[in-house]
Design a protein around this ligand. Structure first.
Ligand SMILES: [Zn+2]
Length: 258
């Protein structure tokens, strides 16, 4: 089986995802250093205890996730669940790679690009192929629902694609053609999508005010799951790694209803 050095992989990932372009809430890249060479990588949405245990059980050398560790506003002390996760990674020499905003935003491998592929949305792109976006830092993608459909049908289609019933707020008979989306917990970007003039906005999670904004603006809202909408970027990235370096890459879906 082929292998890649940890540092070569880290450099390739940082360059591919253009980490230097982002101001983020967590460090992007190799968060915990393990073995110096890698043959087998487990990918997942979150570096939870369950994912780490699955990686150890499979004798993996690295985990690669969208939600890593060391978030800006969290208590930095290594206690409780955090200690358990870190101890497991260190004990087994497991490398932990995490890419947050750079993995949301990548033009082809990113969560927004991959969710569009899965749900049949066509992103608007400029003449250079860059996605047309709105919202702070351009995190919300704009595009079309192909073909346009009633909100009710769109909800059913999303349920089929993600294997999870989305939260749908709006007139179920409304025709949805223009759509904006941002994977994960981007309910705070709903207003930017409304301003952009779309028929519907899709993200992972909702908050109490989300309902009123949808009602009062006539812009439909779809909450399709934080975890459910962020499963695809890391899988596309894993496939790109396997193609580039010939190492074994396996995605493990640790289910999460939120
Ligand atoms: Zn997320």
């Amino acid at each position: 089986m082929k292998q890649v050095s940890t540092h070569q992989l880290a450099n390739w990932l940082d360059a591919t995802l253009q980490v230097h372009r982002f101001k983020d809430y967590c460090p992007n890249g190799l968060q915990v250093e393990g073995k110096t060479s890698i043959r087998h990588i487990i990918t997942g949405v979150t570096a939870s205890q369950a994912l780490l245990e699955a990686a150890v059980a499979r004798n993996a050398d690295a985990v690669l996730v969208h939600h890593g560790w060391f978030w800006k506003n969290e208590n930095p002390c290594i206690r409780g669940p955090k200690r358990k996760r870190l101890a497991l990674a260190l004990h087994h020499d497991l490398n932990v790679f995490a890419y947050h905003l750079p993995l949301d935003a990548h033009v082809s491998l990113g969560n927004n690009a991959q969710l569009a592929r899965v749900l049949g949305f066509t992103p608007d792109r400029d003449s250079d192929g860059a996605p047309m976006t709105c919202g702070p830092d351009g995190v919300v993608w704009l595009g079309r629902c192909d073909p346009p459909m009633m909100l009710q049908e769109l909800g059913d289609s999303i349920c089929n694609s993600l294997q999870r019933r989305p939260l749908v707020v709006g007139n179920t008979q409304q025709r949805i053609a223009r759509i904006a989306w941002c994977t994960g917990g981007a309910q705070g970007m709903f207003e930017a999508a409304v301003t952009a003039g779309v028929d519907a906005y899709l993200t992972g999670e909702a908050s109490e005010p989300t309902f009123h904004l949808a009602r009062e603006t006539g812009t439909a809202f779809i909450g399709a799951g934080h975890h459910a909408t962020e499963r695809y970027g890391v899988q596309a990235l894993g496939a790109a790694i396997a193609h580039e370096f010939g190492v074994k890459v396996e995605f493990i879906d640790v289910d999460n209803p939120i």
